[in-house]
Design a protein around this ligand. Structure first.
Ligand code: 13P
Length: 337
């Protein structure tokens, strides 16, 4: 099992490459398509996924793609199952395995989906998936996140990760501190530190192999509705400081989510982390959904004739984020690309 996991890690930790999260649930995909006045059907969702997964030379920038279950059984315009298409390009296919969020009495949310996970992983494996993703969320307000949700999410993320590794699937552990709110960056830093500490304590307790796990955290950032929002250098500096305090160096890769940052912000922040002149013990890259896809979605507008423009917009973001993982991005590239 270990050699299988090791090979997947090797294929997913590649300088200059990152992960595309294309794992929106039907509900979320429907929301995205509604924003371009396009009806959400199995076919329009397939067309949308096809734009990105079939984009020429996308393998130069991506080492993995997180898929949603529906997409596993869909085909590209050329008639190839999407997981097969990705594998052929040397991109590792993965799968979102959590069952989404459920409400708790105090207004917080936990993540469903542990039941029957092992059996589902076996099925996903048959479809070619080699890694999985599980997302937990934490909202910042005066009373939240509560110690109880921090503990529960940590334990569930750890159980999920252990089950994945038992089935030869690399777990992506995603604790997302939500950007919504008026909180300061300092508050976000305090919360993120507590959350990550709890997650790694739980992973250790559950005997999860940290060197065969990928972390997908949120950045340490000001609340989206905050009057004073920290600049790029501060976000990068505080994020790396918090990660260094909480994350062991055996972890091979940290792949950030974009979490509602603009595409340009998400790229600039990642780049700045690589220009801090600090040693980073792990590979630091991206696993963005919105920050990679938004420009492509807006260029496509649900129309066939816009597919080349949509692919161009997608490849531009993929390339700029690839450069950011090496600290080689600059803002003027936004105009030139
Ligand atoms: P965003 O990059 O849009 O935050 O999505 C990442 C993700 O996979 C959420 O689970």
């Amino acid at each position: 099992m270990d050699s299988e996991l090791k090979l997947t890690i090797k294929d997913m930790v590649v300088v200059g490459k990152g992960i595309l999260a294309a794992d929106e649930s039907v509900k979320t995909a429907t929301k995205r398509l509604a924003s371009i006045n396009t009806e959400s059907t199995e076919e329009t969702r397939r067309q949308y996924r096809n734009i990105m997964l079939s984009a020429p030379q996308v393998e130069k920038y991506l080492c993995g793609v997180i898929l949603f279950e529906e997409t596993l059984h869909q085909k590209s315009d050329n008639g190839m199952l999407f997981p097969k298409l990705l594998a052929k390009k040397g991109i590792v296919p993965g799968i979102k395995v959590d069952g989404g969020l459920a409400d708790l009495d105090n207004g917080e949310q936990y993540t469903k989906g542990l039941e029957g996970l092992g059996n589902r992983l076996e099925e996903y494996k048959k479809s070619g998936c080699r890694f999985a993703k599980w997302r937990a969320v934490y909202s910042i307000s005066e009373k939240t996140p509560s110690p109880a949700i921090i503990q529960r999410n940590a334990e569930d993320l750890a159980k999920y990760a252990r089950i994945c590794q038992e089935h030869g699937i690399v777990p992506i552990v995603e604790p997302e501190v939500l950007i919504d709110g008026t909180h300061s960056i300092i508050k976000c830093q305090e919360v993120t530190e507590k959350v990550l500490k709890a997650v790694f304590d739980a992973l250790n307790k559950e005997n999860v192999a940290i060197d065969l796990t990928i972390l997908k955290p949120s950045m340490v950032i000001s609340g989206k509705q905050s009057d004073i929002r920290a600049g790029v250098q501060e976000v990068a500096g505080r994020t790396i400081k918090t990660l260094k305090k909480t994350i062991p160096s055996e972890l091979p890769s940290i792949n950030f989510l974009s979490g509602g940052q603009s595409p340009e912000e998400a790229t600039a922040h990642l780049n700045a982390m690589h220009t801090l002149n600090e040693h980073l013990p792990w590979y630091v890259s991206f696993s963005y959904a919105r920050a990679l896809q938004e420009p492509a979605l807006n260029a496509w507008k649900g129309k066939n004739e816009n597919i080349p423009a949509a692919q161009k917009a997608f490849l531009k973001r993929a390339k700029l984020n690839s450069l950011a993982t090496m600290g080689k991005y600059s803002e003027d590239m936004e105009k030139n690309e």
